[in-house]
Design a binder for this molecule. Sequence first.
Ligand code: F6R
Length: 242
Amino acid sequence: MIIHKFENQQELNEAGAGIITALVQTKPDAVLGLATGSTPIGIYEEIVKAYNKGRVSFKNVRTYNLDEYVGLPDGHAESYRTYMNEHLFRHIDVQPERTRIPNGNASDPQEECARYNRELDEIKQVDLQILGLGHNGHIGFNEPADELHSGTHLVELDHKTREANARFFPSINDVPTHALTMGVGTILKAKTILLVVRGADKADIVHRALTGPITTQCPASLLQTHPHLIVLLDSEAGRNFV
Ligand code: F6R
């Protein structure tokens, strides 16, 4: 595990974007595992800048997102498809059909999970998986539980997760109750994992996840077992790390 701590957000964003663009420069058909939420936005902005400067092309890249809410209508401002289009895809030359996100409106969510799993099995391995971290230790939407799922599955969101995400919706009642998420088995299969954590409110959970016991009650703690884990922390999230 390599942990980098940054004094300011801009340095962190540039470092995160640098890791991703360097991969795509050396492997133009790389498979990227992508996350949403507030954490990666600055990194995506830096990727777009590098693309605009002609430093990198995403023409042959494939992307697989971690998760999607269930039941938000197509084009909903808070769907993860809309998020990805707005923050990254529409600004770069990635081919829209090569950007994959679980379909949260599938009539049969279980079948949609099985379909997404089949696609992920076909690509064999994600080259680089970007992750944020939930306040309860979730990765993707794998919430703390006695048992975790390996593959993509339907999940009921924790009240804490819905509270945290209520800032993007008119009220907590508008936050979907369910989501489709890649499982921890798929996440851990990625060749390299880039975990990004910002803010004082995540200082304790990121420290527990990376140095505490490995337990399904803190899904991110399983990342300790990954052979190529890179962690980017801002100074607040990293205050428990020397
Ligand atoms: C998003 C995702 C979630 C977020 C996590 C942190 O695709 O899978 O695990 O990474 O909830 O969210 P933010 O970055 O908004 O604090």
